[in-house]
Design a protein around this ligand. Structure first.
Ligand code: NAI
Length: 335
């Protein structure tokens, strides 16, 4: 039976990496009917909104989406479509596994951590105002409900995946009330999961630890902004943004997308590495009960890098987005 899944190609490199990922998924033998939906600046020119209602309806109906990146104007303009999507669909858990691929970044070989980022509040709640000319205020909104459920997600995830430790990342030495609330919720939830080792770490120390010895941590749980920054840092360790996948998980729906953005500097040139979106699609396959196909693609990717298969320019190669995807698809077909 075919799965119906919403596909949002996105903009910038989005359509290129989405096409490459579709190619690899097809080779895996999984039957997917794509319900293609568009969002972002180009859509707004025609429709007057960056996120038309039918996009939300499609994800609600199909309960699963694969999404390319969508650009957001800096310092002005419309609100991020990505943030709006996560908040509207209450996709509260942003799961970002940071895992090295063989031979890609030898210095950080063996890195295997998972960042669980709260996805709906914090400084991303959109509560910003100019108090007076020259004075701006952004409100950091933190609630016990959101902190508790993201900690529960992180501990459940750790148990399900056989992980040993969950570390909460905070700055409660300075933000004693907001980050203090996260810590309080974390400690309560930790008591319900005696098999998992609960640890606490201040965000700046965490940044240093990730660079010095990432495997001192295992699963990280944190607020929206810290999670956003730390996951790009994590990507930097294992070979860059072209590699690291992500999933936005809610009770009613899940949207799978890479950590990277729309990369306007390389868009339309065939230079984008589709590995991050392919790895997001692997997470999606596990989510929809097609774990065997997901594992098949994952093994092929690992084998490809291990045996020195072609790479895109971000990893020092000359392959295009398409030739890389074709190489992976061919390997899957032969496996
Ligand atoms: P970016 O992630 O798009 O790019 C940062 C750097 O990484 C660039 O040099 C880019 O060429 C490179 N890069 C990113 N993905 C790559 C890939 N797959 N293969 C090879 N190189 C890759 O971040 P930037 O430039 O800060 O943001 C660009 C736009 O993307 C902004 O409008 C931002 O708001 C948006 N964005 C969207 C996200 C989403 O849709 N979830 C997430 C992050 C940013």
């Amino acid at each position: 039976m075919a799965h119906t899944i919403t596909l949002i190609p996105g903009d910038g490199i989005g359509p290129e990496v989405a096409d490459a990922t579709k190619l690899v998924l097809e080779a895996s033998g999984v039957k997917i009917e794509w319900d293609v939906q568009n969002a972002g600046a180009e859509v707004a020119e025609k429709r007057g909104t960056t996120l038309p209602q039918e996009v939300l309806d499609s994800i609600r109906k199909n309960r699963v989406a694969l999404k390319g990146p969508i650009g957001t104007p800096i310092g002005k303009g419309f609100k991020s479509v990505n943030v709006t999507l996560r908040q509207t669909l209450d996709l509260y858990a942003n799961v970002r596994p940071v895992r090295s691929l063989p031979g890609v970044e030898p210095k950080f070989e063996g890195t295997d951590i998972v960042i669980v980022r709260e996805n709906t509040e914090d400084l991303y709640a959109g509560l910003e105002l100019m108090i007076m000319p020259g004075v701006a205020q952004s409100i950091k909104l933190i609630t016990a409900v959101a902190c508790t459920r993201i900690c529960e997600y992180a501990f459940d995830y750790a148990e399900r995946l056989g992980r040993k430790r969950v570390t909460v990342i905070h700055k409660a030495n300075i933000m004693k009330l907001s980050d203090g609330l996260l810590l309080e919720c974390f400690r309560k939830v930790a008591q319900l999961h005696p098999k998992i080792d609960p640890q606490e770490m201040i965000v700046d120390a965490c940044a240093m630890t990730l660079v010095r010895n990432a495997n001192r941590v295992d699963v990280l749980v944190t607020e929206n902004l810290y999670g956003d920054i730390l996951s790009d840092l994590g990507a930097g360790l294992v070979g860059g943004l072209g590699i690291v996948p992500g999933a936005n998980i809610g009770k009613e729906a899940a949207v799978f997308e890479a950590v990277h953005g729309s990369a306007p500097d390389i868009a339309g040139k065939g230079l984008a590495n589709p590995t991050a979106l392919i790895q997001s699609a692997i997470m999606m396959l596990h989510h929809i009960g097609e774990g065997a196909a997901g594992t098949k693609i994952e093994r092929t990717l690992i084998e490809h890098f291990k045996t020195g298969g072609i790479r895109t320019p971000d990893l020092g190669g000359t392959a295009t987005t398409t030739t890389f995807a074709e190489a992976i698809a061919n390997r899957i077909a032969k496996a």
